[in-house]
Design a binder for this molecule. Sequence first.
Ligand code: ADP
Ligand code: 5GP
Length: 206
Amino acid sequence: MQGFPIVISAPSGAGKSTICRKLLERRRDLAYSISCTTRRPRPGEKNGRQYHFMNREEFKHAVHKGDFLEWAVVHDEYYGTPRRFIQETMEKGKNPLLAIDVQGALALRRKLPQVTLIFVAPPSLRVLRERLVARRDEEASIEKRLARACEEMEEAGHYDYLVVNDDLEKAVSSIDAVITAEGLRTKRRTPPKFFLKPESPCSKNA
Ligand code: ADP
Ligand code: 5GP
């Protein structure tokens, strides 16, 4: 059975990286999609772990080659989802987990209608600011991210699910449950083999 992509979007600082890390610890059926970006690494970030960091020339070249399933400009930097990783992960029967922005999520739904879109909201703008400060983001970047957060929240209605990240463990458990339920949808499944055998009482000839 093919896997299906799961997108988590949230205003920057709402906790999507933290939630994704916890989901990956819990579930073996997920594989994190590492995006490419032109932004500089934050303290502690490593190339190939959180992102593939590249310069603008390299990014433009990758766009030209069609390497991205979707790409967008967020906070004046370029971000893109590697096409090959998503295709290969789904073919292996695993579910790619993507932490991408609203533009990327909606673009992905147009290309892969089987995608599940989950929006994670912070409990309030005040809490969002506190989290950005705690993460040691620069002051100018915090203001930019808060302004963008209000715009992003308006897009939450396009998503399949909305989860408020107040209590972290609760938010992770809710998303864990959503992924399980989505995987059980009849449209993603084939009936078990015993239903299809000729001797089965379900068979017309039995
Ligand atoms: P994002 O990936 O959405 O930009 P992060 O996962 O980096 O956000 O989280 C931003 C900050 O908020 C981090 O310092 C993280 O530890 C903290 N954080 C995340 N979720 C919670 C939560 N439920 N309660 C308190 N702090 C949280
Ligand atoms: P950050 O710089 O805080 O890690 O991410 C900034 C924003 O870019 C976040 O909303 C994040 O989800 C988004 N983002 C990360 N990777 C991608 C991607 O590949 N495509 C798109 N469209 N957005 C991305």
